[in-house]
Ligand binder design. Structure first.
Ligand code: MF3
Ligand code: CO
Length: 278
């Protein structure tokens, strides 16, 4: 949704460095939010913390007012997949909340999402989040100069299937990742599944938001009457993880990860300019 019909925006090295600063605003904000999550906090309180964090770093919350969206983050609890609106809901022990956050700094966007357990979650919820995060990193690791866009979705899909351990997880198809830069949503779409056939060549200077949404059960989703909140039709949980990644000749650089992806990529054997950098 909300796709701009532009060509793919190719950034200079200097522009990627500016995007890194925007990415760090998002990374630090999500870190604060992750720590703040616990039984008894409302999603509206999380939103206030996010807006404070973003503005105190000199940035602007990109979601606020976007197509009329009324908050600075999305908070999607349990069966909510994405675009949950912060409000009166108080998080309870055993819930799981996905928090999606975007910021604009000096005209450049960062966009990332995490799934956070509230207190003690059951093992299935923890496993769903782990599988989704792993799939995200496999997708990020496939964001390589000289590769193709479809490598990313294939890596995400294969990872979900490989990590599922017999579970029949559903990968959401209605919402996809996206190019990002001077706008939040730009060309190209970045699906979380394989698309056979010829695909866009990945070149240095691209920046992409990779964001798998994985359901514990069926992948069918619907939107609530608030016109934003997307939920699973079967009522089972979903997890959402997202990062903004820049494609460089030295490998993928995860702009919204505090360490740029150094640790996860090292464990995966993926070369990244983040290694020894941050
Ligand atoms: N980060 C979301 C997306 O990933 C955008 C949230 S929609 C908004 O692409 F309206 F809340 F901004
Ligand atoms: Co996004």
């Amino acid at each position: 949704m909300f796709r701009r019909k532009d060509r793919v925006e190719i950034k200079t090295d200097a522009q990627i460095l500016l995007m890194r600063q925007a990415g760090l605003v998002v990374a630090r904000t999500l870190e604060v939010l992750r720590t703040a999550v616990g039984p008894g906090i409302s999603t509206r309180e999380l939103d206030a913390i996010a807006e404070d964090s973003i503005r105190s770093q000199g940035a602007i919350p990109s979601f606020l007012g976007y197509h009329g969206y009324p908050a600075s983050i999305c908070t999607s609890v349990n069966d909510e997949v994405v675009h949950g609106i912060p409000g009166d809901r108080v998080l309870r022990d055993g819930d799981q909340v996905s928090i999606d956050c975007g910021a604009i700094l000096a005209g450049w966007h960062g966009d990332a999402a995490i799934t956070v357990p509230v207190g003690e979650v059951d093992q299935a919820a923890g496993e769903l989040s782990r599988v989704t995060q792993e799939a995200l990193w496999r997708g990020l690791g496939a964001a390589r100069v000289g590769g193709a866009l479809s490598d990313i979705g294939r890596a995400v899909e294969n990872s979900v299937r490989a990590e599922a351990g017999g579970a029949a997880y559903g990968i959401v198809e209605e919402y996809v990742g996206h190019g990002i830069g001077t706008s939040m949503h730009m060309e190209p779409n970045v699906p979380n599944y394989d698309i056979p056939g010829k695909s866009l060549a990945l070149v240095a200077g691209m920046a992409l938001a990779v964001e798998p949404m994985v359901c514990a059960g069926d992948r069918t989703v619907r939107t609530l009457a608030d016109d934003w909140t997307v939920v699973t039709v079967d009522g089972r949980r979903a997890s959402h993880w997202e990062h903004t990644v820049a494609l460089t000749t030295a490998g993928p650089w995860v702009l919204t990860a505090l360490d740029g992806g150094a640790e996860r990529f090292a464990a995966m054997g993926v070369h990244s300019p983040a290694a020894g950098r941050d």
